[in-house]
Design a binder for this molecule. Structure first.
Ligand SMILES: *[C@@H]1O[C@H](CO)[C@@H](O)[C@H](O)[C@H]1NC(C)=O
Ligand SMILES: *[C@@H]1O[C@H](CO)[C@@H](O)[C@H](O)[C@H]1NC(C)=O
Ligand SMILES: *[C@@H]1O[C@H](CO)[C@@H](O)[C@H](O)[C@H]1NC(C)=O
Ligand SMILES: *[C@@H]1O[C@H](CO)[C@@H](O)[C@H](O)[C@H]1NC(C)=O
Ligand SMILES: *[C@@H]1O[C@H](CO)[C@@H](O)[C@H](O)[C@H]1NC(C)=O
Length: 448
């Protein structure tokens, strides 16, 4: 009897390990194929993705294990000291605090042709392996477009380096197999804990858009270039919040749409036709595409300063915005900001941290001297914390009770997750990154 049991469990273990091995192999084969096939899918159109994935974690997971896994994506340009500083002090320091490792891996993409970038990436990978072994961090390299005039041309709206970031934004899907991409701008950082509710409404991915910035010249230019790219009107400004959550295949489909529209298989050629003289916001192009072709996959939260009937005049009748897509005040607090524009971001960070610890019933040392209050957290209801374009206070006077309740619910949920140990929120992580930055002679500002 005992022997039989032992044999049975041995058999079970064997089967399990065979399954795991097969799944792992399948995953790597798929990964390899994906990169392979992207590399030669058409001679000049597609982007080359460096085939070797450098990762801080060597574990393989089966694809089934990460349905709905989310990749936190950032495009890094590491040759400029200020950008290296931003990477450590803003992106990394705040993501190790507020982005739960359980949501998925982080992917950083750097310039392939530049040795300095490889050296920087190797340092970051070492740091992540040593200090954050529970986080998967990958580096991938992006080659230059084949045609140099894609980035470098006469009277460009932006520098060639900046143009490269813009161009590469259309290829983010090539750097991960995860279903969803959390796209961080190079100058955005987290300001409060990322929750499932801030990413999903039910099964739909939340997106936040804004029309109030359409009074600004460069946003009007974004609207014109979006329409040039898609052949359909710009829906709204989607550069006002981060991370922007987008299904990976929405990028693929958007690129295919643009290729068809310009009757080419070469995206470089298409890009040159819609981006030349005026500014572009790739995120607004991709999400405008999603509005026309994949509306039901997303939960739309549009804040409009224009009267809805008036605003709708620009859209084909089957694509007009309904009241259900419009929100007066956000229903979920923001989790990240454009740091450059948010002078007070440091203060939001520690407030959010202390409110979370308080909700978990913890006396965090960091919070001993302060009185964190929900009111100071109202700023998280702003669609946009840029200096321009937010005429109204984040939570209007007549909605203050609602805002307080929403914040309370948010922090209670976070507190509960901390108590149940499904969420880690550890200020030590911030200090580790500060120390690493210092070793690299990068000076992080103090988070009060
Ligand atoms: C890409 O090229 C490799 C090697 O030349 C070939 O084996 C593979 O089938 C090609 N893939 C596609 C999708 O054409
Ligand atoms: C958040 O969502 C992920 C993926 O859908 C799930 O695995 C996780 O348990 C959720 N976390 C909480 C705290 O609900
Ligand atoms: C989720 O979507 C439903 C249906 O559109 C909406 O009524 C609700 O307000 C949304 N909830 C949040 C938190 O955005
Ligand atoms: C697209 O390009 C092909 C090949 O150059 C050409 O035969 C076709 O007529 C073009 N179609 C349109 C709609 O311009
Ligand atoms: C709290 O305030 C005291 C006195 O101002 C200061 O010495 C101490 O470092 C502060 N503690 C923290 C955790 O900020």
């Amino acid at each position: 009897m005992k022997l039989q049991k032992a044999l049975l469990s041995l058999l079970a273990v064997c089967l399990l390990s065979i399954t795991v091995t097969l799944l792992t192999q399948a995953y790597w084969q798929e990964q390899y194929y994906r990169f392979q096939s992207k590399c030669n899918s058409s001679d000049s159109s597609e982007h080359l993705v460096a085939r070797e994935v450098e990762s801080s974690q060597r574990k393989c997971k089966s694809p089934a294990a990460h349905t709905q896994s989310i990749t936190l994506f950032v495009r890094v340009a590491a040759t400029v000291p200020e950008l290296r500083r931003r990477f450590y002090c803003v992106f990394l320091r705040l993501s190790v605090l507020f982005w739960p490792a359980s949501l998925g891996k982080t992917v950083a993409v750097l310039d392939q042709e530049n040795e300095e970038e490889h050296a920087f990436a190797s340092t970051v990978l070492t740091h992540m392996r040593q200090h954050f072994p529970d986080r998967t961090f990958e580096v991938l390299y992006e080659p230059l477009p084949k045609d140099p005039t894609v980035l470098d041309f006469a009277n460009p709206p932006r520098s060639p380096g900046y143009n490269r970031q813009l161009y590469s934004s259309f290829f983010i899907d090539l750097y991960t197999n995860d279903d969803i991409i959390a796209w961080m701008d190079a100058d955005s950082g987290f300001a409060s804990p990322v929750t499932n509710e801030s990413i999903f409404n039910g099964t739909k991915v939340r997106v936040l858009g804004y029309d109030c910035t359409l009074t600004i010249g460069w946003v009007q230019a974004w609207a014109r270039t979006t329409e040039k790219a898609l052949g359909l009107p710009f829906l709204a400004d989607f550069m006002t919040y981060f991370p922007v959550y987008i299904y990976r295949d929405t990028f693929t489909h958007c690129r295919e749409h643009i290729l068809r529209r310009f009757n080419t298989s070469n995206f470089e050629e298409a890009f040159k036709k819609f981006y030349r003289r005026e500014f572009i916001s790739p995120v607004s192009v991709v999400l405008s595409y999603a509005w026309y072709f994949e509306r039901e996959r997303y939960d739309w939260n549009l804040k409009l300063c224009t009267d809805l009937t008036e605003y709708n005049k620009r859209f084909p009748s089957e694509h007009i915005i309904s009241p259900e897509h419009v929100v007066e005040t956000l229903l979920i607090p923001q989790t990240a900001f454009h740091v450059q524009h948010a002078q007070g971001v440091r203060q939001f960070v520690s407030n959010s941290y202390c409110l979370s610890q308080e909700a978990a019933g913890n006396d965090a040392e960091k919070c001993s001297n302060r009185t964190a209050s929900l009111i100071t957290n109202f700023v998280l209801f702003n669609h946009d914390v840029q200096r321009l374009g937010h005429p109204a206070p984040p939570c209007p006077k007549n909605r203050e009770q609602t805002c307080l309740q929403l914040l309370e619910r948010n922090y209670n949920q976070i507190g509960l997750e901390i108590k149940q140990k499904t969420r880690k929120l550890d200020w030590k992580n911030v200090e580790i990154v500060e120390k690493l930055a210092k070793e690299l002679k990068l000076q992080c500002d103090v988070l009060k």
